[in-house]
Design a protein around this ligand. Structure first.
Ligand code: NAD
Ligand code: UDP
Length: 319
């Protein structure tokens, strides 16, 4: 296949390009580097099956040649209000990438009669009242809160994707991605994985927001990309959760990282919440992925964290 990947210079987009190329496909990567970086794609510079186009997906998209699939991953993704790449500081770009970017990429898929995949998110469930979250859950989302620029853009994107599927018969699919970590993730985006690993490597106390009893379920990037690839080559149109169902409290997660790094600086509890609306519990129900895609995560938290810590050591110049 010849596949357009938007957000190609980002954390997930760059791993996705690697996997698609490894499967023998041709890839057209597109990105405007608002939160991604060219270094994530530097290793593909000489690959004849890879073409890069610098472009903002919120503007009309033109790709030379026929495409068989379009995968729309371009969007800021970090909720950190203190980071320049956090979506609270890119609110209009975030809404445009989810709304106009999804409209433009769906248009490309329609024109090419191509398979379309939307990278959606567990955030469409908001601060969930149902647990674990099944795809049938409609969510509990604040439409005007600080997270809404991301959450509502993705909800709009899902609705638009289904409209193109129902009205234009585009061969669409929607992946709802849960927290993912691994090499090439942003080291300074202020999210839990990045903060905890950096703090542990520097021998500093790990900052727990609140009492640390809020939960997340962290998926290693290779597992996630495998689920995404299986969904791409399937004929499924319904949304599918891809993530690791092993739920862990943020406190326990921090302790695991502290122990793995080995400097054992301990934890410090901070009163401030990360961002209002910080979900208390998040865990995917992956029954659909297991039954429809024969997919489930295979990489343990310990192994995934060890590889990620190694990447952070390199980025921080500790090797
Ligand atoms: P990322 O910031 O590393 O990658 C996003 C990429 O999109 C960046 O390279 C950025 O420059 C690019 N981009 C943003 N707006 C653009 C625009 N208007 N035009 C062109 N390029 C643009 O983030 P990520 O973690 O790799 O996330 C990728 C996708 O996966 C996003 O759509 C995100 O919502 C989704 N997602 C990620 C996670 C996660 O845990 N990482 C969880 C749920 C959903
Ligand atoms: N968190 C924390 N300390 C940090 C960073 C984050 O306790 O230094 C918490 C945050 O409040 C949230 C959880 O960790 O409850 C996961 O946050 P993350 O940054 O990974 O983003 P989210 O899962 O909310 O998208």
């Amino acid at each position: 296949m010849r596949i357009l990947v938007t957000g190609a210079a980002g954390f997930l987009g760059s791993h996705l390009c690697d996997r698609l190329l490894a499967e023998g496909h041709e890839v057209v990567g597109m990105d405007n580097f608002v939160t991604g970086k060219p270094e994530n794609l530097a290793h593909l510079g000489t690959n004849e099956r890879f073409l890069f186009i610098k472009h903002d997906v919120s503007n009309y998209i033109s790709v030379p040649g026929k495409l068989d699939a379009v995968m729309h991953f371009a969007s800021p993704a970090s909720p950190n209000p203190n980071s320049p790449i956090g979506y609270p500081n890119l609110p209009i770009q975030t809404m445009k990438a989810g709304a106009l970017g999804t409209h433009n990429t769906l248009g490309v898929a329609l024109a090419n009669n191509a398979r379309f995949m939307l990278a959606s998110t567990s955030e469409i469930y908001g601060d969930p009242l149902e647990h674990p979250q099944k795809e049938s859950y409609w969510g509990h989302v604040d439409p005007i809160g600080e997270r809404s620029v991301y959450d509502e853009a993705k909800r709009f994107a899902e609705a638009l994707t289904m409209a193109y599927h129902r009205f234009h018969k585009v061969n669409t699919c929607i992946v709802r991605i849960f927290n993912t970590y691994g090499p090439r993730m942003h080291v300074d985006d202020g999210r839990a994985v990045a903060n905890f690993i950096q703090q542990a490597l520097r021998g500093e106390q790990l900052t727990i927001y609140g009492d640390g009893q809020q939960t997340r379920s962290f998926c290693y990037v290779d597992d996630l990309i495998d689920g995404i690839y299986r969904l791409l080559v399937s004929d499924i149109h319904e949304p599918v959760n891809i993530g690791n169902p092993d739920e862990i409290t943020i406190e326990q997660f921090a302790k695991e990282i502290d122990a793995l790094v080995g400097k054992e600086a301990g934890l410090v509890y901070e009163k401030k919440q990360f961002l209002p609306g910080d979900p208390l519990r998040r865990q995917p129900d992956i029954t659909r992925a297991r039954e429809w895609l024969q997919w489930g995560p295979t990489i343990s938290l310990r192994d995934g964290l060890s590889k990620t810590i190694q990447y952070f050591r390199q980025e921080l110049g500790q090797v």
